[in-house]
Write a protein that binds this ligand. Structure first.
Ligand code: PLP
Length: 405
């Protein structure tokens, strides 16, 4: 073994210097303690992963098609999966052919590939406030100028999008049950935003990992279904099947998909053949279709527990979103409170959340936080929300140090 050297390491790319581990990330490691209820993560409920069905499908794939499953495969993805995705999108009013579908290693890889292919240093990228942290991180590597646009309960404001679009390269939006806001774009708002995008010289990237996790009724379609021809749609099997399979997709105009295929070839050649064949097999066997009503019931019960606990316990001046699907509730505290400053105390009280400023672009929003109900059972959610509410109450009345300056 070489002796340790005092010599500094050679230089790394400027691009890599943008990558950071946030202080919040470090703090949330504490939330892994057994005595802390984490409402911070947004992971799917692991107890609902269909492990037995996957084991049987895995046996079948390895018995019947071992060579294809274990060999290199096409960069675009395997045909049955691309066909399933195209049919799934067509049923939601999006007119993509299987050739316009690229299978990716999770939709997170889709975000990275879109950043690579669409974003130059200084390109303007329009995102709603707040936005998915993983998308902000993926795009940030390509040095864009982010423009955050305000939203209300119906979604991003048309006047804010109209002001941000001239000269923009891309708009990144989540139409349904967004992460972190737990918000969907209302149909009339979606029509207005789609009209603006149709007339603009910018790409639309529509990210929809949670659309199938609705509670009472299927949500309205997003913007691409309202005829935005320069729209790329991102989807994933992570929330409806299992994230460990790392399987997602991008569907988009052929010229864009062709370029993304070249970028993906350089990145990882293709998404794991075995995982693709496994998922094609469980889709064929109806496993996802049968699992969805169960997932919707579990998450709806937990959402109800969280909303009723917020209602029963939060002091006046605290507001929150009421999601009709997905995994997240977005909480806005009175303006004098700072959710990041409060987090160590919350962890000491046995409850963790993600401070909202983590998801932000532009002006700070220190008095916001994200709660997830996805991995915790209803009684535990009720207890954790009650403790958090007591801490907020206490801070509002007695702890000036944890308020914003
Ligand atoms: C909005 C959004 N997009 C994309 C992803 C990435 O999902 P995956 O790479 O597992 O498909 C997530 C994961 O939480 C998400 O919340």
């Amino acid at each position: 073994m070489n002796p340790p050297s005092a010599r500094p390491l050679p230089a790394i790319a400027q691009r890599a210097q943008r990558l950071r581990t946030s202080a919040i990330h470090d703090l949330l490691q504490l939330a892994n303690r057994a005595d802390v209820v984490s409402l911070a993560g947004g992971l799917p409920d692991a107890a609902s992963f269909p492990a037995d069905a996957l084991r049987e499908a895995s046996d079948r794939v390895l018995r019947e098609q071992p060579h294809a499953a274990l060999q290199y495969g096409p960069t675009e993805g395997i045909a049955p999966l691309r066909e399933w995705v195209a049919a799934h999108l067509r049923a939601q009013g999006m007119d993509f052919t299987p050739a316009q579908v690229l299978i990716t290693s999770g939709s997170q890889q889709g975000l990275d590939l879109l950043g690579k292919v669409l974003v130059d240093p200084g390109s303007r990228v329009v995102v709603e406030r707040p936005s998915y942290l993983g998308a902000l991180q993926a795009f940030a590597l390509y040095a864009p100028e982010f423009v955050g646009i305000e939203a209300d309960a119906s979604g991003p404001l048309p006047e804010a999008l109209a002001a941000a679009l001239p000269g923009a390269r891309m708009a990144y939006l989540q139409p349904r049950f967004s992460n972190p806001a737990g918000r969907s774009i209302a149909p009339a708002r979606a029509d207005a935003l789609a009209a603006l995008l149709r007339a603009a010289d910018a790409w639309l990237v529509e990210d929809d990992p949670y659309g199938e996790l609705w509670f009472d009724a299927p949500p309205a379609p997003g913007l691409i279904a309202r005829d935005v021809p320069q729209g790329a749609h991102l989807g994933t099997f992570s929330k409806v099947l299992a994230p460990g399979l790392r399987l997602g997709w991008i569907a988009g105009p052929q010229g864009l998909i062709d370029k993304l295929v070249q970028a993906k070839q350089a990145a990882d050649l293709h998404t794991a053949s075995f995982n693709q064949m496994l998922v094609a097999e469980v889709l064929r066997a109806g496993v996802v279709e049968r699992g969805l009503p169960v997932l919707r019931r579990i998450y709806r019960e937990r959402r109800d527990a969280m909303l009723s606990a917020l209602d029963a316990n939060m002091p006046e001046g605290v507001a929150w979103t009421k999601p009709d699907g997905g995994l997240f509730v977005w909480v806005t505290l009175p303006p004098q409170l700072d959710a990041a400053a409060l987090l160590p105390q919350a962890i000491a009280c046995g409850v963790a959340y993600v401070p909202g400023d983590t998801f932000n672009v532009g002006a700070p929003a220190r008095n916001t936080l994200r709660l997830s109900y996805s991995t915790v059972d209803a009684p535990t959610i009720r207890g954790a929300v009650a403790r958090l509410a007591a801490l907020i109450h206490e801070t509002l009345h007695h702890e000036p140090a944890l308020r914003s300056a």
